[in-house]
Design a protein around this ligand. Structure first.
Ligand code: BGP
Length: 478
C-alpha cells in the first residue's frame, strides 16, 4: 500500500473560464469576444460563429451564470468546500475591449481586483489563464486573429497590464488555454477559439494554424519573460489538452501512427517547455512547403521564455488506427481516431478512462521533467433536481474518485510531481463545446436552462460534500 495523502500545499480547487460563467458581456465597457458571437448548440448541432452579434440569435455566454454579479456568493461556497485555489481567466475584452487600444479599461481591471480580493479573504489562491477561448472579436475581424504578427504585441500588452496590476494578488498564471486543440484543425470551433481563425477567411487552414500557433508561442514566451521580471515569484505555466494516444492494435503501423499523432498534438508543449520545435514537425512543415514567418529572433525568444510548469486538462484518451490514415499521410489528427472498445462513454460520447490520467502523468513527467498541474478534469452530465432542491450525482463522484485515485498512484508509485488538481466547472456553467447549460460539471448547481430561463439560484449537489471531505483529508478520503 502507499500513502494517498498529498504533500502540504497541494492546490486542491476548481476551474472555470471567464466567458463561460461571468456573463455581463457588455457591462462596464467590456468588448465583444469570439465567445460572444457563438450561438447555442448541442451534442448533434455545432455552435455557429455569427458575423458579430446578430439580433434574434441565442448567445448563451452573454448572461452565462452571471458570476459577474454573483461572485461573492460563489467564492463563499468554494471556500466552504475548502478550496486552496480557484482557476479562472481574465476576459481580455474587459481589459482591452477591442484588443488594440492604447489604454486599458479601468472598470474591467477593477472587477478582477475585487474578485481576487474575495478569493484571498478565504485564503484561496487565484490561478489565472490569460487567453481562454475569448480573444477580442475586433482582432479576429481586423487582423485575422493570430494569423497576424501584430497580435503578439497586443497580447503582450494585455499580459503586462495584468501582471503589473495583479502582481501581488496572483502568483499562478497560464498563458493560453488548450493551445493544442487546433491540431484538429478541420473543426472551426477549435481554430476559432484557439486562434481566431475562421474558415471563411482562410485559404489554407492548416498553414494558417501553424503560423498562428507560432505567433502564440512567441507571445507566450515573451509574456513568461516579462512576468518573471515583474515578479520573480510568479509561476507561469502553459496549458494543453492532454490525451494519451493509444494505438488501436499491436500492429506496428498503428503504433507508428500513435507516435506521429503525439508529435503533432504535443509539439506545442515541446516549444513551451523545451523552447524548441520537435524535429518531426519541422520536417512536416518543410515537406508541405509551408513557408512560415519564423525568425531567428523568434527562436531565441522561445528558448528564453520557457514555462515553469505544465498545466493540462484531462478528459479522455485518443485511439488511432492506421486503417484510417497512413502514418506518412497524417495531417489533421482527428482523421486518425477510432472508438476505443474498452471504454465506456458519457452522455456526450466522451470516453471515460481514469487509468489514462496515470498514463498522462507518466508521459508528461518523462518528456518534460517539470511540475505538472491538472487544471481541468470532470464529467459533463445531466443532473436532476428534487422538489427539495437536492441533486444526487453519484456518477460525478465515481468519475472524480476514480481519476483522483489514479493521480495519487502516479504521484506515489510513479514519482510524478503534481502541484494541484482543479476539476473543471466546479460551478455549473456554459459548455464551451456545445453552448449548453444542461451539460453540467459542477459541485454547485445553477438554476439556468438551455433556453436561458431559470432563477440563477445556486444549490449544493451531493458531490459538494464529498469533495469537501476529499480536500479536508488532503486526498486520503475518497
Ligand atoms: C476544455 C475547455 C473548457 C471546458 C471543458 C469542457 O476543453 O478548456 O473551457 O469547457 O473543456 O468542455 P465542454 O464545455 O465542451 O464540455
Amino acid at each position: 500500500m502507499f500513502s494517498t495523502k498529498m504533500k502540504d500545499g497541494f492546490l486542491w480547487g476548481g476551474a472555470v473560464a471567464a466567458h463561460q460563467l461571468e456573463g455581463a458581456w457588455n457591462v462596464d465597457g467590456k468588448g465583444i469576444s469570439v465567445a460572444d458571437v457563438m450561438t447555442a448548440g448541442n451534442k448533434d448541432t455545432p455552435r455557429k460563429i455569427t458575423d458579430g452579434v446578430v439580433d434574434g440569435e441565442n448567445y448563451p455566454n452573454h448572461e452565462a451564470i452571471d458570476f459577474y454579479h454573483h461572485y461573492p456568493e460563489d467564492i463563499k461556497l468554494m471556500a466552504e468546500m475548502g478550496f486552496k485555489c480557484f482557476r479562472t481567466s481574465i476576459a481580455w475584452t474587459r481589459i482591452f475591449p477591442n484588443g488594440d487600444e492604447a489604454e486599458p479599461n479601468e472598470k474591467g481591471l477593477e472587477f478582477y481586483d475585487k474578485l481576487f480580493a474575495e478569493c484571498h479573504k478565504y485564503g484561496i489562491e487565484p490561478v489565472v489563464t490569460l487567453q481562454h477561448f475569448e480573444m477580442p472579436w475586433h482582432l479576429v475581424k481586423k487582423y485575422g486573429g493570430w494569423k497576424s504578427r501584430k497580435v503578439i504585441d497586443f497580447y503582450v500588452k494585455f499580459a503586462e497590464t495584468c501582471f503589473q496590476r495583479y502582481k501581488d494578488s496572483v502568483k499562478y498564471w497560464m498563458t493560453f488555454n488548450e493551445i493544442n486543440n487546433q491540431s484538429a484543425f478541420s473543426n472551426e470551433f477549435l481554430t476559432a477559439t484557439d486562434s481566431g481563425i475562421l474558415f471563411r477567411d482562410s485559404e489554407n487552414v492548416e498553414a494558417d494554424m501553424y503560423q498562428a500557433a507560432h505567433y502564440e508561442l512567441v507571445a507566450s514566451a515573451l509574456a513568461v519573460k516579462l512576468g518573471h521580471k515583474i515578479n520573480p515569484e510568479f509561476k507561469i505555466g502553459c496549458m494543453i489538452n492532454y490525451a494519451q494516444i493509444y494505438a488501436n492494435t499491436a500492429d506496428p503501423k498503428d503504433q507508428l501512427l500513435a507516435t506521429k499523432v503525439a508529435q503533432r498534438r504535443y509539439w506545442f508543449s515541446d516549444v513551451h517547455v523545451l523552447g524548441a520545435y520537435n524535429k518531426e514537425v519541422d520536417k512536416y512543415l518543410a515537406r508541405k512547403g509551408y513557408a512560415l514567418d519564423r525568425t531567428a529572433e523568434d527562436y531565441e525568444v522561445l528558448k528564453e521564455g520557457t514555462v515553469d510548469y505544465v498545466g493540462f486538462s484531462y478528459y479522455n484518451t485518443i485511439t488511432v488506427s492506421a486503417k484510417k490514415v497512413d502514418p506518412d499521410e497524417l495531417s489533421d489528427i482527428s482523421k486518425a481516431m477510432v472508438k476505443n472498445e474498452y471504454l465506456e462513454t458519457t452522455a456526450w460520447n466522451w470516453e471515460v478512462d481514469p487509468i489514462g490520467l496515470r498514463n498522462a502523468l507518466n508521459w508528461l513527467t518523462d518528456r518534460y521533467h517539470c511540475p505538472l498541474f491538472i487544471v481541468e478534469n470532470g464529467i459533463g452530465a445531466h443532473d436532476d433536481v428534487t422538489d427539495d432542491h437536492e441533486i444526487h450525482d453519484p456518477y460525478r463522484i465515481d468519475f472524480l474518485r476514480a481519476h483522483i485515485s489514479e493521480m495519487e498512484k502516479a504521484i506515489e508509485l510513479d514519482g510524478a510531481d503534481v502541484m494541484g488538481y482543479t476539476p473543471w466547472g466546479c460551478i455549473d456553467l456554459v459548455s464551451a463545446g456545445t453552448g449548453e447549460m444542461s451539460k453540467r460539471y459542477g459541485f454547485i448547481y445553477v438554476d439556468k436552462n438551455d433556453d436561458g430561463s431559470g432563477s440563477l439560484k445556486r444549490y449544493k449537489k451531493d458531490s459538494f460534500d464529498w469533495y469537501k471531505e476529499v480536500i479536508e483529508s488532503n486526498g486520503e478520503k475518497l
